[in-house]
Design a protein around this ligand. Structure first.
Ligand code: ATP
Length: 315
């Protein structure tokens, strides 16, 4: 009889950007941003198990009821779109931990339970990376009996994997500056109630930034900043007052590439949402509503119209 393999499981949230401003393109091609990240009540889980063979294997399942599961039911998405090789951000995260902490004699299997739409602007791949960093770090510590990498070491690894990975590791709400990886946590007085609506096809983040640069090519672009009062209103839990300040520089670019998002945004206003905006580089749309009952009602209506929709709290 073989002993049961040790297994470690960790979760990380998807995100919306309640506010997102991007500066002009920098010489290195990145953009400085001012982002108000907020974790949402739907996210990814990664389970890490050692294997006898070398290398990392991946399998992916949809979380029942999630936006991903709804996309699959409607035939607009297949889990085949998630890479199983070394380009998967969870695999890159696992390798980053094992380079610092090389204790597994064989290989590793990662199971990803996916809830966040792929290429949806909700940081799904980043959440997989964050969950994998945590799970593989715990697994390596358990197998070796050595202390796990501390939070600062994990945050450094996260920043090396992508601008949104540090936030996926910390969750809550935070202002992100630089490329988005420099985080300052902010207080939230009361959770916000959102309805997330997934689109039929994803948008590539680099393509959305390229479109933003094209649309702004002959304009002076101010350095990115959060509007005055935004943090205070979030801290006060004042959703109705917060609503007019929510904004996303990438929304015009996402709409230019995916005009079908316009009626999705308009459906929020028609249903009395406080605000509706594209999340990050899109195409997922977030409607801010007054309370949990309004969120469930709007999600029901939108699902009835055929859209994958989910009521969540944030954070
Ligand atoms: P962000 O909002 O952080 O810019 P996103 O949420 O729009 O990103 P992701 O779902 O993270 O987009 O994935 C974008 C691309 O990255 C996918 O099209 C896929 O090819 C690749 N990818 C790598 N790892 C993963 C992963 N674990 N899950 C999904 N896609 C991944």
């Amino acid at each position: 009889m073989t002993a049961a393999q040790p297994t470690e499981r960790a979760s990380a949230p998807g995100k919306v950007n309640l506010f997102f401003a991007a500066g002009p393109p920098r010489p290195d091609g990145y953009h400085d941003v001012a982002s108000l990240y907020c974790a949402v009540g739907t996210g990814e889980t990664v389970t890490a198990t050692p294997t006898r063979h070398t290398g990392t294997t991946v399998d992916v399942a949809a979380v029942p009821g999630s936006l991903v599961a709804q996309q699959i039911e409607r035939g607009t998405f297949s889990l085949d779109a998630v890479p199983r090789d070394g380009s998967n951000l969870a695999v890159r995260a696992a390798r980053a931990v094992l380079e610092r902490f090389p204790v597994l004699p064989g290989g590793l299997h990662l199971r990803i339970d996916k809830a966040v739409p792929v290429a949806g602007g909700m940081g799904g791949g980043s959440a997989d990376a964050a969950a994998a960093l945590t799970a593989v770090n715990r697994l390596a510590a358990r197998v070796s009996g050595e202390p796990a990498l501390d939070d600062d070491a994990l945050l450094r690894l996260a920043a090396g994997l992508g601008a949104d990975v540090p936030f996926a590791l910390t969750g809550g709400a935070a202002v992100g500056t630089g490329t988005g990886a420099r985080l300052r946590p902010v207080a939230v007085g009361a959770p916000l109630h959102l309805v997330l609506v997934a689109a039929e096809a994803g948008l590539s983040t680099p393509a959305v930034y390229a479109e933003l640069d094209r649309l702004r090519a002959h304009r002076d672009v101010a350095p990115p900043r959060l509007p005055a009062g935004l943090e205070e209103l979030l801290g006060a839990g004042a959703a109705a007052e917060l609503a007019p300040l929510l904004d996303n520089d990438l929304q015009a670019a996402a709409l230019s590439l995916a005009p079908r998002l316009q009626p999705v945004l308009a459906a929020g206003a028609a249903a009395g949402a406080l605000a509706s905006l594209v999340s990050g580089s899109g195409p997922t749309v977030a409607h801010l509503v007054a309370d949990a009952a309004a969120a469930e009602d709007l999600a029901d209506v939108l699902r009835g119209q055929g859209a994958p929709a989910l009521a969540v709290r944030a954070p």
